[in-house]
Design a protein. Structure first.
Length: 255
């Protein structure tokens, strides 16, 4: 199988001690491509170092994570634009709005998200959207921006089956990862509604590890567990889940 992990922070310090081993395990599990969303200006250097260390495997994206939107967000956004001009990136993100941790900078998060949508359109790149406790606000912003102008992924899709329909109608895919294996999760309902042609696989490593690794560090080699769960939900074979989601990701990221 050729599997693409569309959302992995493998450049973070949680992997500093054994990054090579993690990559080797991932390759052995069939994960040949790892898409890396950026967080903020501090994460660019380690992300690009991972790209250099694992050429053709770890591919970078550029953006400002909503939880990194603070008083200096305009300076951070300017750096995002500079990096986009100076290096090849495969997507815009991770961006979005996060109303779970802190609502202090909600207005600034919205301004930042709007700018990311503009950059995605300008560069012809997919946008990777973080929508924790903010799905309704984000859908409203995309509607105002103009559905059809950009495409991308709703990362760690947090919505219902009805929400999945709205997202698909706007031309976006949903990212499915370890949460689909949780007993109290509803990602399998959203995935069933979306169908295999509108799904990409992700880990959000080192976060959101699937059962039976829940609560531990996540990594791409665990994606077969996600594939198995999707296979059950969609009533198609695991190899077909891998092949179809990989085709979706290749088309979206132009790889």
């Amino acid at each position: 199988m050729h599997i693409i992990d569309t959302h992995n922070h493998i450049y973070l310090q949680e992997f500093d001690a054994d990054r090579d081993e993690v990559v080797k395990r991932s390759l052995s599990a069939g994960v040949r491509t790892v898409m890396m969303p950026n967080i903020d200006s501090a994460s660019v250097a380690p992300m690009l170092a991972a790209e250099e260390q694992y050429p053709g495997i770890c591919l970078p994206m550029m953006g400002l994570h909503p939880t990194s939107v603070k008083e200096n967000y305009r300076d951070e956004l300017e750096l995002v634009e500079i990096h986009l001009r100076e290096h090849k990136y495969y997507g815009i993100g991770e961006t979005g709005i996060d109303l779970y941790w802190d609502k202090t900078f909600i207005r600034e998060q919205i301004v930042s998200f709007r700018r990311h949508l503009e950059l995605a359109e300008d560069y012809g790149l997919p946008v990777v959207i973080h929508a924790r406790e903010s799905l309704e606000v984000i859908l409203s912003e995309i509607e105002a921006f103009g559905p059809g102008r950009v495409t991308g992924i709703f990362h760690a899709f947090p919505g219902s089956a009805a929400d999945a329909r709205k997202v698909m109608e706007m031309g976006f895919m949903i990212g499915i990862g370890g949460v689909v294996t949780f007993r109290n999760g509803r990602q399998h309902e959203a995935a069933t509604e979306a169908g295999i042609n509108n799904i990409v696989l992700e880990t959000d490593a080192p976060y959101l590890a699937p059962v039976p690794h829940r609560g531990k560090r996540n990594e791409s080699s665990y994606l077969p567990l996600v594939i198995e769960k999707l296979s059950e939900a969609l009533a198609i074979s695991p190899p077909e889940v891998a092949d179809r989601t990989t085709a979706n990701a290749k088309r979206l990221f132009k790889i």
